[in-house]
Structures are given as structure tokens and as C-alpha cells.
Design a protein around this ligand. Structure first.
Ligand code: TMP
Length: 311
């Protein structure tokens, strides 16, 4: 009989998906979906954090790496110097007692010292490639499908990170096996000389405290990098092209990531939070802050389903 018959793979996936999904106000979410759908894809964009949002929190049972800590300069002395900075500044980064302006100064200090060590230590593009090859970093299942869907609909994806743009791009290339013309990395970008040696960083420093506050303003010239033709020559107008996409899907793994859309006066925002760690302690605040919360290092299938319900 079929009393205890096993579920189809699809049904199991569905169950698994819903067991890992928390939606505090399903009705409010449905209303947002309707508003975004009615406005159409030309009004929509995706803003995502990189580490532990697009990538998995755990890889083979261990904490996955980030764009900073996967990097091996091929120069043990300088790798050790950067590690020493991490040991000093990371406790300050997560300290709950340091006032925000003081912490901002400390983070600027950390990031600029790290960038200087990368330059002094003679980082090459080749070392980045090798580091990524040897890294323990993996995208959540469904990220490729998400990007492909959005690319077809010409919907931009902005990836915000206080890490290293060139490393993130290499991670995308090696792990997704292709590039997406609608995906743009807003992060610290390196300048290499003709020998592939790092000589400087472009533009304003993006650290963990300013990335979420001014991320959209730091997106820089988007028209040549986004691939989607804005028909505009001017950088401000190209950025305006993103700014006029006032409906947003925002994805992050920290409450602070919600601020990534601050540079935008959005009309409707659906926020997705990945709660990877300390689930019991943090669930209440996450479910209040995000429209959807995914638990237990969930795959990206929920977001894929969400965008395909939109357009
Ligand atoms: P994000 O991934 O949320 O954008 O933040 C970047 C993280 O990178 C932040 O938590 C601190 C970390 N980091 C390092 O691991 N090594 C470094 O040298 C620096 C500057 C930051």
C-alpha cells in the first residue's frame, strides 16, 4: 500500500527546504512579491553579501574560507604578518564595547595595513589563482542557477564585500566555470603592473563597517562593468541606473547586511538572511529583521524559487 511509501526526491527537497526556512510574516512577504512582480524586472535588482551568504559557511565539515584568509602570498613572512594583524584586530572587530567611531578608525587601520603588506610582500595575480585553487571555499548549491535566471532577465546582481574583489572574481571563475555579465563585485580592487605584480588599490577603502553604509555609492562606474547597456556615458548616471531599480532582493548573513541597501531609497525590499551559526541565540532577532531566514547552511534553492515566482 502507500501508507508508508517513501517521498519522491522532489517532495523530500521541498520538505527539507521548508524545515530550514523561517518566515515570520508570510502575508507581508506575499504582498511584497505582488508589488515587485507588478513593477517588473526593469525595476528590480539583487544585492548580496559574499562570504557565508553566497558561499557556504561550512565546507567538508569545517568553516569555509573567506576572500581574505584563503590568500597565500607565496611569501611566508608576509602571510604571517597578515595573520598577526588578524589576531590583533579581529577581537576588536567583534568587541561589543568599542564605540563605533573608534572601531571605524581601527578597521581602517587594519585594512590599510593589510593592503600595504599585500603590496610590500609582492602579491602576484598568479598567487591569487593558486590560492583559490587550493582554497576551501564553495558556493551554496543553486547560486549558478540564480545568476543564470537573473542574467536572462537582465537583472543586475551587486555583490558587496569588505574582502578583495580580485580574489572574489577568481573564486567565481574557478567555481562557477563562467562569468556573468550582470554580476558586479563591489569590493577592494587591485591594480597590477605589467608583470602581474600588485602595485596599489583602486579608490576608497571598503572595510567591514563602511561597506554597508555607503556600498551603493562605492559601486563606482557601473556601465562598463555591469554589461547591461545603460546607454549612459556618465558614471553618476550609470549609478543612477542602479539607483532607479528601487525594488530589491537583499541577501546577507549578518543583521548589519540589511544596511547594504541604505544608499538606495528603495520602494519594496525582500530581505533574506542566512543564519549559519548560534541559531538558538540569534533566531529571534533574525526572524524579526529578515523577511525570510534560512537555517543550517541552506542551499540557494529558496531564493531561486523566489525570483522565479517574481518574473
Ligand atoms: P565581509 O566578508 O563581511 O565583507 O568582511 C570581511 C572580513 O574579512 C571581516 O570579517 C574581517 C576579515 N579580514 C580578514 O580575515 N583578514 C584581513 O586581513 C582583513 C583586513 C579582514
Amino acid at each position: 500500500g502507500h501508507g508508508n511509501c517513501s517521498l519522491s526526491t522532489n517532495q523530500m527537497e521541498q520538505r527539507n527546504l521548508s524545515a530550514n526556512t523561517v518566515i515570520d510574516h508570510p502575508r507581508a512577504l506575499t504582498d511584497k512579491i505582488t508589488l515587485i512582480r507588478d513593477a517588473g524586472p526593469s525595476k528590480f535588482q539583487v544585492i548580496a553579501d559574499f562570504d557565508a551568504t553566497l558561499t557556504r559557511y561550512r565546507v567538508n565539515g569545517l568553516r569555509g574560507q573567506t576572500s581574505h584568509n584563503l590568500l597565500q602570498q607565496g611569501n611566508a613572512e608576509y602571510d604571517a604578518k597578515r595573520q598577526a594583524l588578524y589576531d590583533h584586530y579581529h577581537p576588536l572587530e567583534i568587541s561589543p564595547v568599542i564605540p563605533i567611531d573608534e572601531k571605524t578608525k581601527l578597521m581602517e587601520e587594519w585594512w590599510s595595513k593589510t593592503h600595504d603588506l599585500l603590496i610590500e610582500g609582492g602579491l602576484t595575480y598568479d598567487a591569487i589563482k593558486k590560492s583559490v585553487e587550493n582554497s576551501s571555499i564553495a558556493f551554496r548549491e543553486g547560486v549558478v542557477e540564480l545568476f543564470e535566471f537573473l542574467e536572462k532577465k537582465e537583472i543586475p546582481v551587486l555583490i558587496f564585500s569588505a574582502g578583495l574583489a580580485d580574489v572574489i572574481e577568481e573564486v567565481l571563475r574557478q567555481n562557477l566555470h563562467r562569468t556573468f555579465k550582470n554580476v558586479k563585485i563591489v569590493s577592494n580592487r587591485m591594480v597590477f603592473d605589467d608583470n602581474g605584480r600588485l602595485v596599489s588599490f583602486k579608490g576608497k577603502l571598503i572595510h567591514v563597517l563602511n561597506k554597508n553604509e555607503h556600498a551603493l555609492d562605492m559601486a563606482g562606474p557601473l556601465h562598463d562593468q555591469l554589461g547591461v547597456d545603460t546607454g549612459e556615458e556618465d558614471e553618476d548616471e550609470a549609478n543612477a541606473y542602479v539607483k532607479q531599480r528601487t525594488n530589491v532582493l537583499l541577501m546577507g548573513d549578518h543583521l548589519g547586511d540589511l544596511r547594504m541597501s541604505d544608499g538606495l531609497s528603495y520602494e519594496t525590499r525582500i530581505s533574506v538572511g542566512f543564519l549559519n551559526d548560534n541559531i538558538e541565540k540569534s533566531l529571534e532577532s533574525y526572524r524579526q529583521a529578515f523577511d525570510l531566514v534560512y537555517l543550517n547552511d541552506a542551499p540557494m534553492w529558496g531564493a531561486v524559487e523566489l525570483v522565479s515566482r517574481l518574473f
